[in-house]
Design a binder for this molecule. Sequence first.
Ligand code: NAD
Length: 517
Amino acid sequence: MDTAWANPDRLAALREGLTRVGDRPTFPVEAPFTGERIADVPACIAADVDAAVAQAREAGTAWAARPVAERADVLSDFHDIVLDRQDDLLDVMQLETGKTRRDAFEEVLDVAATAQHYATRTDLLASERRAGALPGLTKTVVHRHPVGVVGLITPWNYPLTLTVSDALPALLAGNGVVLKPDESTTHTALLARDLLEDAGLPPGLLQVVSGDGADLGEPLISRVDHIGFTGSTAVGREVGALAGEHLTDVSLELGGKNPLLVLDDADPEKAAAGAVRASFANAGQLCISTERLYVHADAYDEFVDAFVRETRNLALGAGFEYGPEMGSLQSEQQLEKVAAHVEDAVARGATVLAGGRDRPDLGPYFYEPTVLEDVTAEMTLSGEETFGPVVALYEVDSVEEAVERANDSPYGLNASVWTTDTDRGERVAERIECGTVNVNEGYAAAWASIDAPMGGMKDSGVGRRHGDEGLLKYTESQTVATQRGVRIDPGPLPQSLWTAGLTLGLRALKRVSGWVR
Ligand code: NAD
């Protein structure tokens, strides 16, 4: 199998970029397409995290002092380099994840677009005049300082997007960054860091450490000024608790059990094609992909026929070219979890309409895209995230029922609504308890609207990425207020006069603000 750029020598050279202050034991990393061992990666320890944070902090001082326009230029140049070097990035991502080239390309697109978006939003970091305590007499200005060092802990499923798109706004805001990617996708993070340095990022500012999250989590969370975690809800709770203990600011992007609603007026063919993408992109290993489909009875039969047909038509395969439509699961652990969810559902009475089996003939961790009917509440996959290519179909009698059942979940990450009446779709969308809702799209419309916030309600997260929030969370706001003329205290006045004057003043201000409004 031709991995082109990602040959053993280049991977070894990338690993030289890991931060470590001594020799470390290694852990093996394998290529999911074949199960072959591709590298032995050093397992960093707490002392390495210490060094990484210290070096990022030191490099951050000079970086924060640079004009924000210069920092933005690095992001803008990174945009070009990512597009120029896309094949190298695609090779490494595919090698480490077993995803298709088309799925990997989504990451290239996303990272380039995010870099360019934030490169043009330096205005968000400018100091800003605000209304003062005493109009005309108090000058109040809000400044945005970098927090210092941002730690990012990220998963394997989108190893470029989920590491870099959160690092970019953190860097633009003037911070150093320490990145702890998933153990199995360390090389993608290292290549991305090298490309950022090619774009002009000062050496040392973005540090990468590798290893077990349980070992490195506490040292990292206790030393950085903001921890951004993307991963499972279970680990997110632990990260949140540790952040609370150390009073480290935190944002959490967690799991989902995302619903897709097909309304009675939907075009069944279009909705089915959209639902296939929404469910099986990246082999369903996508936090915002669909796992529950609520289909109105009026559209059910036609929709299900088309959906099952299109699912069965998906071309599975391993390879570093743009052929296959669905790739491998990323690990043996992933395959075991997906197979266990389906076996449990089938044993309890679910009907398999498509898929339902592994495909060792294609690679060790391939599993067919799977559509289930007759899923009931006691089956594990009815409420728990599978994080694989498995979806459950439910027939509903009304939009009310669809919304109610969509909301009947502890998760609230992403949802999708299909209809020919987009106004109606938008009204339904607002009633769904998810941080992003797509109308007539599965996930890409909301995710790729980088100017808008993205993240989870309920157990799917705390805080947001993208949009203004995705940058400002990496800043400390500071208010500087200068008082001119009178002081804000009674001075020589009797207290009674002072309080009467202020009472009058507040009443007058309310009236004036009423007129202004
Ligand atoms: P995971 O939580 O097991 O691991 C994520 C990261 O956390 C890895 O780098 C891991 O090494 C690290 N980690 C593990 N234990 C840790 C600990 N005790 N302390 C600190 N760090 C620790 O998740 P995963 O299986 O790699 O990823 C799949 C999950 O991520 C799914 O639930 C998926 O929905 C979620 N996810 C969410 C988003 C989002 O944007 N909301 C995006 C992608 C994935």
